[in-house]
Design a protein around this ligand. Structure first.
Ligand SMILES: C[S@@+](CC[C@H](N)C(=O)[O-])C[C@H]1O[C@@H](n2cnc3c(N)ncnc32)[C@H](O)[C@@H]1O
Length: 277
């Protein structure tokens, strides 16, 4: 939270063309106070948030990293509002890779980005991982909580937008399936730098992304906030990590009721920063 707020104050201050001194003056503070916020040394007093958000012309939710400046709408919100589990309750195949590569023989913190209705997050929690998960869909969050309760496990699940949310604490495993195409291409470097930075040594990222292929027709669901990746793009973010596995598949899908195909890249990458493997 502190890091996200620090980053957002800096971004929006600059967007408004304000210096640290300028912002401090408006708020009746010293520029050192603003500098400490932006270095994540301190956080603004809660009573200052309304004036800060007015001055930076951004909602407090956005400042805190819990709402999008792009007002995303997920096409899944409505589907998630029914009793049925749109994606079922069985985990994705890639969840088993997590079990194989980093079995929870000691406490391991796992983040599921874009958890949907929670089938994977709950699977991980049932297998002994300490699971944090987020999604932009309110109905998805509720269903994740329900599924976790039903399975007698705890998942720390909350609403956040992938475009705005940044990690400010470390994880051992970052997992995401079917979600990373919601990251705008121009934000990918910064977001992946953040995910990598907040991954523990020897931790892993197990991810997949939809990729564009000229021989595959666009999917029937029209998603205004989706930006496919190009083949090989995901791999490029992990040049300095050990690539345990990377592959590209084409598979059939009928999620919208209309049969279609997707191409997808998957990757398992491990953070190794010392000379020892
Ligand atoms: C294809 S579903 C995958 C869900 C889940 N990972 C699974 O495999 O069951 C895509 C998910 O991304 C979520 N999503 C869409 N835009 C998002 C955003 N901007 N931030 C976070 N999650 C988002 C949707 O709500 C949806 O749950």
């Amino acid at each position: 939270m502190k890091e996200t707020l620090a980053r957002n104050i800096k971004i929006y201050r600059k967007e408004r063309g304000l210096t640290q001194e300028g912002l401090a003056q408006i708020l009746g503070l010293s520029f050192q106070a603003v500098s400490k916020w932006e270095n994540a040394q301190t956080m603004p007093d809660i009573s200052l948030l309304p004036q800060l958000s007015r001055t930076l012309e951004v909602s407090t939710d956005k400042l805190l990293g819990y709402a999008s400046q792009y007002t995303p709408i997920t096409i899944y919100e409505e589907a998630y509002q029914t009793q049925d589990y749109y994606w079922g309750t069985a985990p994705n195949q890639e969840c088993y890779q997590v079990l194989q590569r980093m079995p929870p023989v000691k406490p391991l913190k796992l983040l599921d980005i874009g958890c949907g209705e929670g089938k994977d997050a709950v699977f991980f929690a049932r297998n002994g991982y300490e699971v944090t998960a987020f999604d932009v869909s309110d109905a998805g969050i509720e269903k994740t909580k329900r599924l976790a309760d039903h399975s007698g496990v705890h998942v720390n699940v909350f609403k956040a937008d992938i475009l705005d949310y940044r990690l400010d604490r470390h994880f051992d495993i970052v997992f995401s399936s079917g979600v990373l195409h919601y990251i705008k291409p121009e934000l990918r470097q910064e977001i992946f730098d953040n995910y990598k930075r907040f991954t523990n040594q020897k931790g892993m990222h197990i991810l997949n992304v939809f990729v564009n292929k000229p021989f595959i027709a666009p999917p029937p669901e029209k998603e205004p906030n989706a930006y496919k990746w190009y083949s090989g793009e995901l791999l490029a973010y992990y040049q300095d990590w050990l690539i345990q596995e990377s592959s590209e598949i084409v598979f059939d899908c009928s999620s919208s009721g209309i049969p279609h195909k997707h191409a997808m890249t998957t990757i398992s990458a491990q953070k190794i920063t010392s000379l020892e493997c």
